[in-house]
Design a protein around this ligand. Sequence first.
Ligand code: CTP
Ligand code: MG
Length: 248
Amino acid sequence: MSVAAVLTAAGSGSRLGHSLPKALVPLGGQSLVAHAARNLLAARAAGDERVRVLVVTAPAFHLDAIERELAGFADEVALLVVAGGSTRQASVAAGLAALLADPRSQEVDVVLVHDAARPLAPPSLVARVVDAVRAGHPAVVPGLPVTDTIKRVAPHRGVAVEPVLETVPRGELRAVQTPQGFARDLLVRAHAGGAAHAHDEALAASDDAGLVELLGEPVWVVAGDERAGKITTARDLAVAQLPTEDDE
Ligand code: CTP
Ligand code: MG
């Protein structure tokens, strides 16, 4: 039995506004996708278990560039680079299909889904997610308590002043991150269940656990990590350049 990871890197990074697709943008001398792959592969879960198969979704016109970025990892993991889809959900589904079609995935029973947009998610976080799945939780997401007060509003297109409907009890909120970890068969079922909406950005799921929830199956939260923050804007990239404490 072993662990595989689907690393999503097929987005364009329109909000980052860089000339390169976001996954190829450098951060301290390495691309975001290379950082994310390195951190995934450095993780050691209980029993020294590590990621054995890595599927990366790439922008269709940048398959070669992503392959070149990751070539250095090919001797430590079974590596597959595939074209992503029109939404994140469609990209994960494409990565999952490629994983299932590859004979090297036969032993895989746990699948992580991780975003290249979270390049500094540390190995300790990856291991925590795998350990929780191995401990009997078939769908696991890392989450951090929310520090802002969150209000639900009734937005109306073109109306600048929005009415508040309620203040959501903050103690119950978690801002969730990736990697998310799943029992392989549950993730396959979740993507099959959500397939009808996969290509519509307005309806597609923004995370994989959301698809599991739609099946009515339980999802579990483990402690997230601030270092796993998502790079969306140029400001996020600048913050990620700031020095941090070494990963444990
Ligand atoms: N992603 C993907 N396929 C898509 C869209 C997104 O694989 N069609 C991946 C991105 O590469 C990223 C993750 O999903 O690692 C989260 O998406 P996001 O942060 O929104 O990245 P982008 O879609 O690239 O950015 P933007 O929305 O600003 O264009
Ligand atoms: Mg996006």
